[in-house]
Design a binder for this molecule. Structure first.
Ligand code: T46
Length: 133
């Protein structure tokens, strides 16, 4: 359910020259990272996502700026605002997600548990609701 998704403080190392955040398999992420991608140059007012994954687990991070993630398990909805590079939203498999309210210049960094596979996507919301029954 959406309540299985949590915000994890992946921590940061801070010094006079700024911050660095490190995410390492087996240390501060509950799955092995197989793929990294990032969303950027999202035009004002646009939304992304609008699908669910059967198997894929993810960490979503606002590496820059901020945006909202709307999670939906077919029964419950939850909106999470991401706005700090040291905070990761852990999205468990089987949830519908939408991303919107991207601030100008924002970057959504995604760490994913599997390689790209279009057959892992449910891109139709009615089909998603059927799957969740
Ligand atoms: C997610 C959100 C947060 C590839 O060819 N390889 C890839 O690894 C990915 C992620 C996408 N693509 C292609 C597939 C589409 O033709 O890139 C195009 C855009 O992908 P999509 O419409 O799925 O983009 P978003 O931003 O709606 O969703 C992406 C991820 O697909 C998804 O896993 O959770 O970011």
């Amino acid at each position: 359910t959406v309540f299985d998704c949590s915000i994890i403080d992946v921590s940061k190392v801070h010094n006079y020259a700024g911050n660095i955040t490190v995410i390492e398999n087996g240390i501060n992420i509950p799955f092995d990272v197989k793929r990294v991608y990032y969303l950027y140059d999202v035009p004002g007012g646009e939304s992304r996502g609008g699908h669910a994954h059967y198997e894929l687990e993810q960490y979503l991070i606002a590496a820059g700026g901020s945006f909202d993630v709307i999670l939906d398990d077919g029964k419950n909805r939850k909106t999470v605002n991401l706005n700090r590079p040291n905070l990761a939203l852990h999205i468990v498999p089987g949830l519908w997600r939408e991303l919107d309210n991207f601030s100008s210049g924002s970057i959504c960094l995604v760490l994913a548990s599997h390689k790209y596979d279009e057959s892992d996507y449910i891109r139709d919301h009615d089909e998603f609701l059927e799957f969740k029954k």
